[in-house]
Design a protein. Structure first.
Length: 202
């Protein structure tokens, strides 16, 4: 197991840094780059496991319950080309939202359209050379909230927009599969739909 002082060529001497990341949403054309260079911040996925309690006499026993993945929030500036305000409005419209302007328009949003229109949401942490060292892919992601920003005469800040993504689960990939779990194998993906441990593992 490498320590902080492991020399170059080792695998653990430079920890992951919060400013080394890039984001790709395959349903959004980022122009000359496949990555959203105008992104500012993004949450990494997080999950919460509920607890079920059972009381017996003066004892309390706890059991793991449902696993729920929490929303991911992303902030970006609007570079005008592409126009992110227009882009997000277009994605929401193609997901099925239409204002009630016509009495015969009975369309509504569907999960299938919302997922397909947005495309894959991929968050990569990279090392000092730009190589990915941790990749998150939001599975069945769709936009649940759009904040178009605020305006202020006294501010000269860049206009920010904020997105919130809902998803069913997230897949994580690492290039070397360096799990610190005792007895772990060298796999490089987790929650990718495969179960290398067997469905009956306890």
């Amino acid at each position: 197991m490498p320590f902080w002082t492991t020399p170059q060529g080792g695998t653990g001497r430079d920890p992951k840094r919060g400013f080394r990341f890039r984001i790709q949403i395959t349903g959004i054309d980022a122009g000359n780059s496949s990555y959203m260079w105008y992104a500012k911040t993004v949450d990494k996925p997080s999950l919460e496991i509920s607890t079920t309690e059972h009381d017996y006499l003066n004892h309390k026993f706890r059991f793991p319950g449902k696993t729920v993945w929490q929303p991911v929030t992303m902030k970006m500036v609007d570079p005008t080309d592409p126009d992110i305000g227009a882009t997000l409005s277009d994605i929401v419209q193609y997901a099925g939202y239409h204002p009630p302007s016509q009495i015969d328009d009975h369309t509504s949003m569907s999960k299938s359209d919302a997922i397909t229109t947005l495309g894959d949401v991929i968050i990569e942490q990279i090392d000092a050379k730009g190589a990915p060292i941790e990749t998150w892919t939001l599975k069945n992601a769709w936009i649940s909230k759009v904040t178009y920003g605020s305006l202020d005469y006294s501010s000269d800040e860049l206009t920010e927009l904020e997105l919130e993504f809902q998803y069913d689960w997230a897949q994580i990939d690492t290039p070397k599969g360096q799990s610190g779990r005792v007895g772990a194998d060298s796999r490089t993906s987790w929650w990718d739909g495969n179960d290398p441990y067997g469905t009956n593992e306890t």
